[in-house]
Design a binder for this molecule. Sequence first.
Ligand code: CAA
Length: 370
Amino acid sequence: MPLRVKGLPAPDASIAPAIFVCLPLAPMRTRAGQAQPFTQKPYRICPPGPRIPCEFFPPCLASRRARRIWFRRTAEGRSMDIQSVGIVGAGQMGSGIAHVFALAGFDVLMTDISEDSLAKALSQIDRNIERQVLRGKVAPEAKAAAMARIRTTLRLADTGPCDLIIEAATERETVKQAIFEDLLPHLKPHTILTSNTSSISITRLASRTDRPEKFMGFHFMNPVPVMQLVELIRGIATDAATYQTLLGVVEKLGKTAASAEDFPAFIVNRILMPMINEAVYTLYEGVGSVKSIDESLKLGANHPMGPLELADFIGLDTCLAIMNVLHDGLADTKYRPCPLLTKYVEAGWLGRKTERGFYDYRGPVPVPTR
Ligand code: CAA
């Protein structure tokens, strides 16, 4: 609803966008007189609509109060208050996401097709928060409150009433599309749909739903409680309100958002996965052993984990799926998945989650498998 501000002409729907075009030209000043830079990009937040020439505004914007009111109202009107979050998939990403949302005060409903996975996810979250309690990073009461905020269900439809849905299922487009199709009839009109996909086109996933403007890529890194970054990926139709809302959520989680354009594998995996794939080629061609490759990158490039150890940590099936998305989506042979990576996946040696990958985790210490 338009707000009447003294000194401004009677507002209508065409004025707020114009104000945003003008605001960066007239930065607000603090009481101490320092200019406060505007961080928003005006072309991102302006909805389509008629524009009023900038010269029209400077007299109206002379009042600091008028600028502040317009700024606050527009920002509030555009982002949504998220309280409940539905998480689809209780694997390592889904459980990590549930962990950080519950600690940040959101109500979490986690769903999976396997009761066993839900039970494992809950005990994993409990263990990981306990680790944070023991290191003095989380208060014991905060842990109890967070655990109480997490509910689980086997019925996907139960997550329908949530304000925000985060799909964190297997990295296969058909699986993700089937989940969104089943969810659609149960969603509230305001619900924002997101996918934690590491590589799949957000625009394509969104186009199969009834709300492409409320659909975004929401990509967390593993281990979610530790990694600071969240990639935000807008599809071609994602609206400004959805983007602003997710920016606010990331801030509430205490993490940092990086915006990526919707191209195969976005930013992190576009760079990380070819490096891991190259490490597998290095092994395949006999340039180094599992141990020497990992040690070289840890000691020679200061990586916290070697690339093969990291591949096991992420899951070799996920690494292969991302390489295939890069190879198909960018049609460049430099993204060809290494045949040895395919072989490990075909053997069912998927890394830590199956206790065997480039290392064998079944004994007291990981042992290289090559
Ligand atoms: N939950 C809560 N805390 C955890 C945790 C978890 N799951 N895992 C580790 N931690 C905490 C530990 O408690 C410890 O805390 P303090 O600093 O307070 O002591 C800290 O993290 C370090 O853990 P450890 O001492 O156990 O082990 P480490 O020093 O070897 O670190 C690691 C482990 C954080 C995983 C580190 O090896 C690392 O950063 N590895 C690289 C991880 C990475 O690159 N992730 C991105 C993968 S790409 C991705 O996820 C995108 C994709 O789509 C595939």
